[in-house]
Design a protein around this ligand. Structure first.
Ligand code: G6P
Length: 367
């Protein structure tokens, strides 16, 4: 097993470091000669053009990818998106509109609820797209279209690299959708693909700062509660950051849409409670900062996570973490790195079984 870990102490840390390559491989599988090529998937421009609605269905971290995808697909490709947890979708008798697509996102391709959701869509004659990592898995076999992610085998129960490749898959659909629907011109299309290609290198840059997260995590390893706040895509990033803390570090944490705090959660803030503000979206920066000021006045200790250049965050946050700048739609791919590292290092500092957290399974094949 030590050999399989390639010199890393845990599979999770190894897989965190494999993200530049996993992302690179997934981009390379579908971007050829400067254009997105879905011929392997069978997802033609005609199909994309005809889409009037997408239902994204998934569990766990894959659901959080769906949350990011909703913001990106609606804003970039003008496709209305509904997102459901698979365990909800399968039992809520969803009304599926015509010209829609059900997209099931799953690393393993075997999650029981996600598979049941896929079958429900098929029973209703709605086309299905599986975004799947494991080749030949049930969801891959049963979907009408399969968009494979190229994360390679993921061993650690807490997903990192599969999550990152699923994000890429959804960006590609949004970019191609925007193009075929005539929402973006050639120049914008080229610029988006060019920026997408810089992500592996920028993820590597974010990884290079890992000692800073290690230091911070050891300081906060005994935290009782952590709150992650953000708006828009930053809210979706917060959801995944919070899940990482819970699943491997056993720290109670919650992700909150920053503007919703005052409707309840703010009563939980005590002296020294750690609040992580995620601020990658330019238009929402000041809005979230104002929510950070509100919790600070109630005694919170603040970590700000933003892009290089947004140094004004230091006026509010006690501790600041920066990731490289990118197109706002792709921000999750970079901002998630310090949050994965934070979850990892808190777990290590507490001496927990990082790769096999209690009560959790890599793939949940029973309901
Ligand atoms: C389990 C794993 C999570 C994963 C979820 C969905 O709960 O521990 O990391 O996100 O299942 O798995 P899937 O294979 O469908 O992506």
């Amino acid at each position: 097993e030590a050999a399989e870990k390639g010199g890393y102490e845990h599979f999770m840390l190894k897989e965190i470091h494999e993200q530049p390559k996993a992302v690179q491989d997934t981009i390379a599988a579908y971007v050829k000669d400067g254009a997105i090529d879905f011929s392997e998937v069978g997802l033609t421009d005609e199909v994309l053009q005809s889409l009037e609605r997408i239902y994204i269905v998934a569990c766990g971290s894959a659901y959080h990818v769906g949350m990011v995808a909703k913001y990106v697909l609606e804003d970039l490709a003008h496709i209305p998106v509904e997102i459901d947890l698979a365990s909800e979708f399968r039992y809520r008798n969803p009304y599926l509109a015509k010209n829609s697509l059900v997209m099931v996102i799953s690393q393993s391709g075997e999650t029981a609820d996600s598979l049941a959701a896929l079958r429900l869509a098929k029973d209703r004659n709605v086309p299905t797209l599986g975004v799947v990592n494991v080749v030949g898995s049930s969801i891959a076999r049963e979907s009408d279209y399969v968009l494979y992610t190229y994360a390679g085998p993921e061993i650690s129960v807490a997903t990192t690299k599969a999550y990152s490749t699923q994000l890429i898959a959804t960006y590609l659909i949004a970019i191609q959708g925007a193009k075929v629907k005539g929402i973006i011109d050639e120049a914008r299309y080229d610029a988006l693909l060019k920026e997408l290609n810089t992500l592996p290198e920028k993820i590597q840059k974010a990884l290079d700062d890992k000692e800073r997260m290690q230091w911070f995590a050891s300081k906060y390893a005994n935290a009782k509660d952590i709150f992650f706040i953000g708006r828009g895509i930053d809210y979706a990033i917060s959801m995944e950051g919070s899940l990482k803390m819970k699943e491997i570090s056993y720290v109670h944490s919650e992700a909150y849409a920053a503007g919703e705090l005052k409707h309840g959660t703010i009563s939980l803030i005590e002296d020294g409670t750690l609040v992580v503000g995620v601020l990658t979206q330019k238009e929402l920066f000041e809005k979230t900062v104002s929510n950070m000021v509100e919790v600070r006045s109630r005694g919170a200790y603040l970590m700000g996570l933003t892009n290089y250049g947004n140094y004004s965050v230091e006026d509010t946050a006690d501790f600041s973490v920066y990731v490289p700048k990118t197109e706002q739609y792709f921000a999750t791919s970079l901002a998630i790195i310090p949050l994965q590292l934070m979850g990892y290092y808190v777990s290590v500092a507490k001496g927990l079984d990082v790769d096999k957290p209690r009560n959790l399974a890599k793939s949940v094949t029973v309901e």
